[in-house]
Design a protein around this ligand. Structure first.
Ligand code: MTE
Ligand code: MO
Length: 386
């Protein structure tokens, strides 16, 4: 595999793995804007970034159990109705490094910034499927198609040199409110190579692993995708299971992510004077289109809690009511609270989603061999100035 045609990257990124390139921004830059700029948006790859020599030669193949197979050029795709979705992509491995502190887990280490909120524009997956002869809201086609598989062109060692792939159930793919997009723009600009140029899938509310980049083919299939990342990775096992007794076929692939929250500023080990006013900021999100109902912050290690103010647009337009119905359902909320602190203190944040789901207090109770979905309470220690 050849890494000499990688795109340029922003110097502020923390590189967790160089080849393949895996990197995340400093957490404080995440809370600087509701929409994450592309340069600092986390990058999660399993191989070199593909090179598309001639965009006019590109074709998206739509096949499998469809009545009208298609081969679509970029030009044709751009002529179809354009939709925009604001959605946060989050890697299932976000906060994995912390999970490893209790007991080692296998996988690329990530801090709290393996996520980003983007404005994605492109065509709706159900519009493409409709062109291929599948009607909206279909659970199965007459010839037995029940899943929609997305296939890329990148070279992954886990796939023995084959491309990255994933699938979603046909019903989700054909349901307009699921908002699955084939995006060719990110934040109002042409999608860049790191994030999937010329076309990527965006499956809102679902772990990032299913949002296949550098999309080349969409296939309606009878079975769920049998690729490595669906069957032998991105599954969650109980704490009692480790590499010696794991049976990958006993669990389903992860899809929706759970309620999650992290403190982005102050950072771990920050120093503050006794009695100083500190603004604590972070993000919170949940999967499956569930919004955030509440963010609780403690400045005494979890004895008492205060509710933070949440916002989705400008920092200036803080809202804390549950009556805000103009929120983006697939996007994170940013939150903040200004408090007087007497260090040393443990600052903790936890969120509650719109279905009243809460986060586990300790990482130990959700430890799993692949280190996925660490959504335990996030804690930052602040030291006293001496
Ligand atoms: N698509 C392809 N083709 N190859 C990949 O390695 N990584 C997946 C997903 N799509 C991946 C992919 C994973 S695990 C995540 S978390 C997201 O892309 C990351 O998207 P980003 O790099 O645009 O942030
Ligand atoms: Mo991921």
């Amino acid at each position: 595999t050849n890494y000499d045609r990688e795109p340029p990257r922003h110097p502020s990124l923390t590189v967790n793995s160089k080849e393949p390139f895996n990197a995340e921004p400093p957490p404080c830059t995440l809370v600087a804007s509701f929409v994450t700029p592309e340069e600092i948006f986390y990058k999660r790859n399993h191989g070199p970034i593909p090179v598309l020599e001639d965009p006019s030669e590109y074709r998206l193949e739509v096949g499998g159990l469809v009545s009208k197979p298609l081969s679509l050029s970029l030009e044709k795709i751009r002529m179809l109705p354009k939709h925009t979705v604001v959605a946060t992509l989050q890697c299932a491995g976000n906060r994995r490094t912390q999970m490893s502190e209790t007991k080692h887990v296998k996988g690329v280490g990530w801090g709290v910034a393996a996520l980003g909120n983007g404005i994605w524009s492109g065509v709706c997956l159900y519009d493409i499927l409709e062109l291929a002869g599948i009607t909206q809201g279909t659970t199965a086609t007459l010839n037995g198609g029940k899943h929609v598989e997305f296939v890329s062109v990148d070279v992954c060692k886990e796939e023995n040199g084959g491309p990255y792939k994933a699938s979603v159930p046909l019903l989700q793919a054909t349901t307009p409110s699921a908002d699955i997009l084939l995006a060719y723009e990110m934040n109002g600009k042409e999608l860049n190579r790191d994030h999937g140029y010329p076309l990527r899938v965006v499956v809102p509310g679902v772990i990032g692993a299913r949002s296949v980049k550098w999309l080349r083919g969409i296939y309606v299939t009878a079975d769920e995708c049998q690729g490595f990342f669906m069957q032998r990775d991105y599954k969650m096992f109980p704490p009692s299971i480790d590499w010696h007794n794991v049976d990958w076929s006993s669990r389903r692939p992860l899809m929706d992510f759970p309620v999650q929250c992290a403190i982005c500023t102050p950072k771990e080990g920050a120093v503050h004077a006794l009695g100083s006013m500190v603004t604590i900021q972070g993000y919170a999100l949940s999967g499956g289109g569930r919004g955030i109902e509440r963010v609780d912050v403690s400045i005494d290690g979890g004895k008492t809690w205060l509710e933070a103010k949440r916002y989705q647009k400008q920092r200036g337009d803080l809202y804390s009511s549950d009556t805000d119905n103009d929120c983006e359902k697939w996007a994170w909320v940013l939150w903040e609270i200004t408090v007087q602190i007497y260090p040393p203190v443990d600052i903790i944040a936890k969120a509650v989603d719109s279905s009243a789901n809460t986060q586990p207090e300790k990482v130990k109770s959700i430890w799993n061999l692949r280190g996925v979905l660490n959504n335990s309470w996030h804690c930052v220690q602040v030291q006293a100035e001496n």
